[in-house]
Design a binder for this molecule. Structure first.
Ligand SMILES: NC(=O)c1ccc[n+]([C@@H]2O[C@H](COP(=O)([O-])OP(=O)(O)OC[C@H]3O[C@@H](n4cnc5c(N)ncnc54)[C@H](O)[C@@H]3O)[C@@H](O)[C@H]2O)c1
Length: 438
C-alpha cells in the first residue's frame, strides 16, 4: 500500500538546541556541499542507494530520488546556545573543520546567531554561559521557545520545521511519575519540578506545535510516556536517543558478526580519549552516567546472553571516556575484545579507531532531520523505530526489545521506505530465482 505523503515543498527549517561541534559541522557541511565545495560523505540520504524489486531487475535508485525528501538546498538552519558565538565563531572554536573551508562560507555561517537557550546548570555542571532565557516557570520557558519557532518560521518563510538536539548530555535521570502522562508533565512544568530537564522543555515546545523532535544525546527527554502521548496527540514523530558514531558504531558492526558465527565473548574493554566540549561535559560522573547507560545496552541487546549463556553469560563490558584536551574533536578509541572459539580457545581483537566525532555525527544528524520530516509528511507519529539505524540507544515501545544490529536496522529502514512508497518489501529469501529455473 502506498502511503499518502505530502510533497517536500518550500523550505525546511532545522532548528538545533546546541550550536557546538556537531551542529556547526553539520551546518557548515550542508552549506559547503550546496556550494560544491565538499561532498556529503557518510550521509545515507545524500549518497545511499536502495534496491527495488528483484536482484535481476538491477534497479538501485538513490534514496533521495526514491522518497520525497527535502532537498538540502532548501534547508535553513537556526538554533539556541548558552554561548553567544555565531556559527562561524563556534565552528572555529570547535576546530573540527579546516579554517580554510570555514572562511569560504564565513558570511553564511556568521548570519546564524544563537537564540537564548533554556539552560539549567544543575543538568550540565561544567558549562556556564550568558545567553540564557529567564522565566518564572518551565511552562513559560516552553512558551518562549514556541514563540522562537514561530518567529523563525515567519522570518525565513519556511514550510516546515524539525528540531534536532545537538546540545550537551544532561545529568542522568530516570523517568518518574511526572513523566508518565502529558497532564502530569504539564503540571510539573508549571510547578518547576526539578526533574523536568531543559531538553524536555525544548521537546515539549516542538511536539506541542506538531514539530518533529530528534534527541541526539542520550538524554531521557522524549523516551517517556508523556512525550510519546504528546507526539501522538499532535500527530508528530519523535526519535532518540544518541547519535550512533565512533566506538558504538564499530560495536554494532563487529558484535553482530561475532554473534552470527556463534563466537563467544568473555570481555569487551572500551576506552576513549577526547578533548572537545562534549568531553568536558562527560568528565562529570553524573553526565558520564547518561552516556554510559546509552553505550552499555548495545552489546547485551546484540549478543543476547539470555539466549546464549555459554557464549556471553560472563561477558565483562567496561567503558571509559577520558577527557584529554590536546585531542580536541579527534577522538581516539581502543577496544580490546576477548573472544573464544572452537573448544573454548581464546583469541583477541584490537580496534584502534582514530575517528573524528563530529565528522561521523553530522551526516547522521542530517539524515535524521530529513527522515523525520518525511515521517511527518507521511502521517507517522510517536516513536520512529525505523530510525534506530542512526541511534546508539534506540527508543522503542515499552517492553519491546530494541534492535541494535546495524544491518538489521538498515533492512528495517529500507523496508520502511519501500512500504511508504508502495514497493514490495525485500526478505532476502531468494529462492524464487531458482524456482523459476525448475
Ligand atoms: N560527536 C559525536 O560523535 C556524538 C555522538 C553521539 C552523541 N553526541 C552528542 O551530541 C551532543 C553534541 O556534541 P558536541 O560534540 O557538538 O558537543 P559540544 O559541547 O561541542 O556542543 C554542545 C553545545 O550545546 C550547548 N548547550 C548545552 N546545553 C544547552 C541547552 N540546554 N540549550 C542550548 N544549548 C545548550 C553548549 O553550550 C555547546 O555549545 C552531545 O550531547 C553529545 O554527547 C555526539
Amino acid at each position: 500500500m502506498k502511503q499518502q505523503i505530502q510533497p517536500a515543498e518550500g523550505k525546511l527549517g532545522i532548528l538545533i538546541p546546541g550550536l557546538g561541534a556537531v551542529a556547526t559541522t553539520l551546518i557548515a557541511g550542508v552549506i559547503a556541499a550546496n556550494k560544491g565545495l565538499a561532498q556529503p560523505t557518510g550521509s545515507l540520504t545524500q549518497t545511499g542507494h536502495i534496491r527495488l524489486g528483484k536482484r535481476t531487475d538491477n534497479n538501485y535508485p538513490k534514496i533521495k530520488d526514491f522518497v520525497p525528501l527535502a532537498n538540502i538546498k532548501d534547508i535553513v538552519f537556526g538554533g539556541w546556545d548558552l554561548y553567544e558565538d555565531n556559527v562561524y565563531q563556534a565552528a572555529s572554536l570547535a576546530k573540527v573543520l579546516d579554517q580554510h573551508l570555514l572562511d569560504k562560507i564565513k558570511p553564511e555561517l556568521e548570519s546564524i546567531k544563537p537564540m537564548k537557550a533554556v539552560f539549567d546548570k544543575s543538568y550540565v555542571e561544567n558549562l556556564d554561559g550568558p545567553n540564557v532565557k529567564k522565566a518564572a516557570t518551565k511552562m513559560e520557558l516552553a512558551e518562549m521557545l514556541i514563540k522562537d519557532m514561530e518567529d523563525f518560521k515567519k522570518q525565513h518563510n519556511l514550510n516546515r520545521i524539525v528540531v534536532v538536539w545537538c546540545a550537551s548530555t544532561e545529568k542522568y535521570i530516570q523517568a518518574t511519575a511526572i513523566h508518565q502522562s502529558l497532564a502530569a508533565l504539564e503540571e510539573a512544568m508549571k510547578k518547576n519540578d526539578a526533574l523536568v530537564a531543559p531538553s524536555m522543555i525544548y521537546a515539549y515546545a516542538a511536539l506541542k506545535q506538531g514539530i518533529p523532535f530528534v534527541m541526539g544525546a542520550p538524554n531521557l527527554t522524549v523516551d517517556t510516556p508523556a512525550m510519546v502521548e504528546l507526539g501522538k496527540k499532535t500527530k508528530t514523530p519523535l526519535a532518540g536517543k544518541d547519535f550512533k558514531t565512533g566506538q558504538t558504531l564499530m560495536k554494532t558492526i563487529i558484535a553482530p558478526g561475532l554473534e552470527a558465527r556463534c563466537l563467544g565473548v568473555s570481555g569487551w574493554f572500551s576506552t576513549n580519549i577526547l578533548g572537545n566540549r562534549d568531553g568536558l561535559v562527560l568528565d562529570r560522573p553524573e553526565n558520564f552516567r547518561t552516556k554510559e547507560v546509552s553505550k552499555l545496552g548495545v552489546l547485551e541487546d546484540i549478543l543476547r546472553p539470555d539466549l546464549h549463556p555459554d557464549l556471553y553469560g560472563n561477558l565483562y563490558h567496561k567503558i571509559r571516556i577520558n577527557y584529554y584536551p590536546p585531542r580536541g574533536d579527534n577522538k581516539e578509541s581502543w577496544d580490546n575484545i576477548d573472544i573464544f572459539g572452537w573448544l573454548g580457545y581464546p583469541m583477541q581483537i584490537k580496534i584502534n579507531f582514530l575517528c573524528r566525532d563530529s565528522i561521523l555525527a553530522a551526516p547522521v544528524a542530517l539524515d535524521l532531520a530529513l527522515f523525520i520530516d518525511l515521517a511527518k509528511r507521511a502521517g507517522m507519529s510517536g516513536i520512529q523505530e525505523w530510525l534506530s539505524f542512526f541511534l546508539k540507544s534506540p527508543q522503542t515501545k515499552p517492553g519491546l526489545r530494541p534492535e541494535n544490529d546495524l544491518f538489521k536496522q538498515l533492512i528495517k529502514l529500507q523496508n520502511t521506505l519501500r512500504y511508504l512508497m508502495g514497493e514490495e518489501l525485500i526478505t532476502h529469501l531468494g529462492l524464487d530465482y531458482y524456482e523459476e529455473e525448475a
